[in-house]
Design a protein around this ligand. Structure first.
Ligand SMILES: NC(=O)c1ccc[n+]([C@@H]2O[C@H](COP(=O)([O-])OP(=O)(O)OC[C@H]3O[C@@H](n4cnc5c(N)ncnc54)[C@H](OP(=O)(O)O)[C@@H]3O)[C@@H](O)[C@H]2O)c1
Length: 322
């Protein structure tokens, strides 16, 4: 059984959207590092945001390390966005505090250079605020750094200050400066509060960590989000930068069954694991390496694990001591 949403970006759609290699590419400074990515475009799966039906390609990027300052540091990040634009991937996850406060600025600069603002879905996060003035100043700071008047999604980071921030996010949504609002958490200790917010606050989107090494969200949060029509963004799909899936698998070969779902790397297998939960809307692997981005986008094609393959993937990581 394939749990992927059956509606995919077909080749015809891709041509229509100008996604195929050479179609309307707007390349920024410097030559492309990885050439064209036509093969990525043919079957990029999409899923709808429940509240609106807007479809999102299911693999995006996380930018918590995007603190680049020099052109040398920015170049690979620009290449990542260029590759996304070319392949049809759209979701860029960021936050006011990422990259030691630099990530939003870096993204804003790159989108301007690549003329890619309309090609991406910018989802950022606002940090806690003590009062309304501080909250509004923070929101304006996000917009200024990103060089935009409006963003696709704004979330309350770590559920911190929801009482002050959620009403303001609603006003901004009403005013058209935010398309989707929500909250994020990285701590299972906050799940009871997250459950309450999902039930009571009419959220458009949540962001939680979920991976083959960290399955806590599958117990209650993912089913609840599905029941309430809340989009789910999966952060830390490799279980984070330290002690994650890659340190466990080392140079072990992929299991034979990976080929059945078109996974050619451990990264793709792990992303496909996360995506095979039907409540998940998009995964946002963190990277600042264009080659890894190409690898990760490969998880958006082919099939997704069924219940049996999900169990076999879990078993591999359980045996590795995850
Ligand atoms: N809401 C929150 O509070 C919160 C908290 C944490 C994270 N997040 C979001 O979730 C995103 C992802 O989390 P994360 O970056 O902490 O953890 P992650 O995505 O689970 O893992 C990132 C690690 O995987 C490596 N990697 C990425 N693609 C790879 C590939 N194809 N092959 C081998 N290694 C690969 C990265 O190295 P390279 O950089 O070298 O590719 C990095 O070391 C963040 O960027 C952020 O946007 C949100």
């Amino acid at each position: 059984m394939n749990l992927a949403d059956p509606q995919r970006t077909t080749r015809r759609d891709a041509i229509k959207l100008g996604l195929l290699a050479g179609a309307g590419l707007a390349v920024g400074r410097g030559a492309p590092l990885f050439g064209e990515v036509a093969t990525l475009t043919q079957e990029f799966m999409t899923r709808p945001i429940p509240g609106t039906g807007e479809r999102l390609p299911i693999v995006g990027v996380g930018t918590n390390q995007w603190g680049a300052r020099s052109e040398e540091e920015i170049a690979p990040l620009r290449e990542i966005v260029r590759l996304m634009k070319e392949s049809g991937a759209r979701f860029i996850d960021t936050a006011r505090i990422y990259g030691r406060g630099r990530a939003e600025e870096v993204i804003g600069q790159i989108l301007r250079e690549l003329d890619a603002r309309d090609d991406v879905f910018i989802a950022t996060k606002v940090p806690t605020a003590d009062n309304r003035e501080e909250a509004v100043a923070s929101l304006e700071a996000c917009m200024t750094a990103l060089r935009v008047e409006r963003v696709s999604a704004m979330r309350v980071h770590f559920l911190d200050g929801v009482e002050i921030l959620l009403p303001i996010l609603r006003e901004w949504k009403e005013a058209g400066r935010i398309r989707y609002l929500g909250v994020t958490t990285m701590s299972a200790e906050q799940y009871p509060e997250l459950e309450r917010l999902i039930r009571e606050e009419n959220l458009d989107m949540i962001e939680i960590d979920y991976s083959v090494l960290d399955r806590a969200a599958a117990e209650r949060i993912l089913p609840l989000a599905a029941d309430h029509g809340v989009a789910v963004v999966v952060a830390r799909p490799f279980a984070g930068r330290r002690g994650g899936v890659f340190s466990l698998v080392g140079d072990r070969p992929l299991p034979d069954f990976a080929g059945e779902i078109g996974a050619t790397s451990w990264a793709q297998l792990c992303l496909k694991y996360g995506l095979s939960h039907p409540a998940v809307t998009v995964v946002i692997p963190g990277t600042d390496d264009p080659e890894h981005m190409v690898d990760n986008m490969g998880a958006g094609r082919g099939d997704l694990p069924d219940a049996d393959l999900r169990r076999r993937i879990e078993q591999i990581f359980d045996e590795l001591g995850g």
